[in-house]
Design a protein around this ligand. Sequence first.
Ligand code: FRU
Length: 493
Amino acid sequence: MIKAKYFWLLLLGVPLVMNARAQTVYHEPYRPQVHFSPKAHWTNDPNGLVYYKGIYHLFFQYYPEATVWGPMHWGHATSKDLIHWQEKPIALYPDSLGYIFSGSAVVDYHNTTGFGTKKNPPLVAMFTHHDPKGEKEGRNDFQNQSLAYSLDNGETWKKYSGNPVLKNPGIKDFRDPKVMWYEPQKKWVLTLATLDHITFYSSPDMKNWTKESEFGKQLGAHGGVWECPDLFPLKLEGKTHWVLIVNLNPGGPNGGSATQYFMGQFNGKAFVPDDQQTRWMDYGPDEYAGVTWSNTGNRRIFIGWMSNWLYANQVPTERWRNAMTIPRELLLKRVNGEVLLASTPVKELEGIEGATKTIGFAASVPKQFLLDVDFKQFGSFSLQLSNSTGEKVVLGYDAKSARYYLDRSASGVTSFNKDFLRTSYAPALVKKGGNHLQILVDVSSLEAFVDGNVTVISGIFFPKQPYNRLRMVPVKNTVINKMTIKPLFSIWK
Ligand code: FRU
């Protein structure tokens, strides 16, 4: 028996031990301090993004038994501000119909599904059931769409007994449902990735789906399979434009996975593109499967997975593997007559910003910070982030080829995959570069917002010691007005 006085000591000790553990859990080498990553184990795509009653839900492809991809679950995290995340119990487990692949979530305000009531509308998730047995047998109908719902504001989830609700017609890659309510026709619209094109469906109740149209077989980038689509309207100068996001793997502009988008019109049935252009939401190597939150009113908020299928299973982290990008608000911008998507870190980031400091061309920097560079005259430059062992990552602009680049060939640990060494390039879309550059650095990643934010470059890296130096090298005619940094406070206690 434990003597009373030792018992109290034990009780006192427990919180101390737990506290110490919490401190190490989110502070391991390479652990992002201002981005979401799971406490432990593997993640890929963000899923089921829905905002409800003041809470942003982030579900994510999750394998809770290893730090490599495996039988997929939906992990779950919530946030009040898109910046501080709290990981919750797993929301969806694999079952007899298969693994739980990517999908979306909505608030069924009219209770069209009958899962809840109008007073307590259900949150409904639509996801792909991926049957590994069918896949092994070489069938082509092993991916089907299913539903789950929550009657307690997203805390717990129940799968619908009538699953699957949309059966595979014999298309091997048939997945990643994105659902939205189309108010003009009071129906649900489903955007589904179907191998090399998008198929649109509609439904009164999310249980019975009718095929409406197909898009994209002859359009866009086709170096790989189309995955994780999204469709939403945005306004510019009083006019509504529709954006269709289509993730692609492989076949990105810099190899591997990437997110392309199309601008056009949508009439509840079909998407009609404005032109034949392929555009990219992020030219960096490490943004994939990006989609947006539902139920956020006039705001459109995007988040992607900050990795690339080329090497996601091999990056040198131990307890967990992979993280999400910073949530980005999407707006339309007119550039040289074209309407383009601009991405900006959500304004909620201000909540963790420290005091602004003006810096010179060489400065010491904290592990996570925001850098703003104002150009008086835009031109070639190279911006290096480094440590005392000489490891560095370089983000630059080459005026001659009118391209930005991200070079991480000397960034630290790179030997896990040869594709990781490749330099990424992004064409300048704005003449004179928009004269402003913002970079968000977080321990093992950077996200550069350039060209008035119509170009984003996201990349991860693994220095053997944290980077702590920044050096700006303006070339020839480039003149810099001002450089400032703001330290960012860790979101993890
Ligand atoms: C994209 C993806 C999806 C799929 C999921 C499986 O990264 O391949 O198409 O649903 O990951 O984890």
